[in-house]
Design a protein around this ligand. Structure first.
Ligand code: PLP
Length: 359
């Protein structure tokens, strides 16, 4: 297997791919692939509801939350959230932390009024803003934050207390990477293709009161209430992706749940950050120390030329996806749940070797 450090779609657990391969043509002696079945049949519906239940169970079965499986990626949620939750006379509060928060904000602006309630733009998004004293306008409909900025490599370790104002979190690149206290979070959403499975399904975990009623002037397919009432079976769901999510969730359970996953993720991140910090300045972490992400490790070398040479040499050595996002440059190792510790170890060995040849 390649050493896959892609930012997304990203590595999937080998065990899950192999299990899926076994069942690919003939799912549990039905003589059919799960992809070929009716989404209204008992066999598929079991997978669908198992995936929902597993997700809630991994999050500690928070009371009053529902899971939706939608399509269109997290990007569609950038529009659907304000369409559903932002009404005339209200404003959506945005925490501007980087590229993805900016995209979410741009889309919300097309729908209604927005207010940037905290920003780290001045720090070029390499340091998270302090959210301990959020000053929210009285007419704030909801606050939107991006828990992990995939491109810049910064990640919140704590979530702000927004009181009665719903907190909506884009967790596309760190969902289920660590235990979560859902009591502060009103809606969490994520494209599946980093920590949950293949692309094609977007997962929403939301308090029922946020999604049970939606404005009637928006098309039915864009209303959360449509999907909530129909248990995400209003139209044909991305059945194979949901099946894969269920398998990934089983794998997380086998790893000891979110505590087990967190231990591994922290060990992997520590390994790589230590290699950066102990390189006598050859490698430099891009994000400020306290804001560092344990999912996307961003780092720099002394020149763009050297970074290009690093990418080339890494590819020749079998490492995939270490080039930073084109908008920010530099280097990035995305170490989502399914990236094995051994891959991180191999990367650290490669980094040392590259330094000894080029330092
Ligand atoms: N939000 C974050 C934090 C992301 O990392 C991404 C994709 O990389 C997106 C949103 C967009 O997701 P999608 O491609 O599912 O629309």
């Amino acid at each position: 297997r390649a050493y896959n450090f892609n930012a997304g779609p990203a590595a999937l657990p080998l065990e899950v791919l192999e299990r899926a391969q076994k069942e690919f043509v003939d799912y549990q002696n039905t003589g059919m692939s799960i992809m070929e079945m009716s989404h209204r049949g008992a066999v598929y519906e079991k997978v669908h509801s198992e995936a929902q239940d597993r997700l809630l169970s991994l999050l500690g079965n928070p009371e009053g939350y529902k899971v939706l499986f939608l399509q269109g990626g997290a990007s569609t949620q950038f529009a659907m959230i304000p369409m559903n939750l932002l009404s005339e006379g209200k404003t959506a509060g945005f925490v501007a932390t980087g590229s993805w928060a900016s995209k979410a904000l741009s889309e919300a602006k097309l729908v209604g009024d927005t207010t940037v309630v905290a920003s780290s733009e001045e720090d070029k998004y390499m340091k998270l803003p302090d959210l301990s004293q959020l000053d929210l306008p009285a007419n704030t409909a909801y606050v939107h934050i991006t828990s992990n900025e995939t491109i810049e490599g910064v990640q919140f370790s704590k979530f702000p207390d927004t009181g009665d104002i719903p907190l909506v979190v884009d967790m596309s690149s760190d969902i289920l990477s660590r235990p979560l206290d859902m009591s502060k979070l009103d809606m969490v959403y994520a494209g599946a293709q980093k920590n949950l499975g293949p692309s094609g399904v977007t997962v929403i975990i939301a308090k029922e009161e946020l999604i049970n009623e939606s404005p009637k002037h928006i098309p039915s397919i864009f209303r959360y209430s449509t999907h909530a009432k129909n248990n995400s079976l209003y139209n044909t769901p991305p059945a194979f992706s949901i099946y894969m999510v269920n398998e990934v969730l089983k794998w997380i359970e086998e790893k000891g749940g979110l505590e087990g996953i967190q231990r591994e993720n922290e060990a992997k991140a520590t390994l790589i950050y230590d290699a950066i910090d102990n390189s006598n300045g050859f490698y430099k972490g891009a994000a400020e120390l306290e804001s560092r992400s344990i999912m996307n490790v961003t780092f720099r070398l002394a020149s763009e030329e050297l970074e290009k040479a690093f990418v080339k040499a890494s590819e020749e050595a079998g490492f995939i996806g270490l080039k930073g996002h084109r908008s920010v440059g530099g280097l990035r190792a995305s170490i989502y749940n399914a990236v094995p510790y051994e891959s991180c170890n191999a990367l650290v060995e490669f980094m040392k070797e590259f330094q000894s040849k080029n330092g």
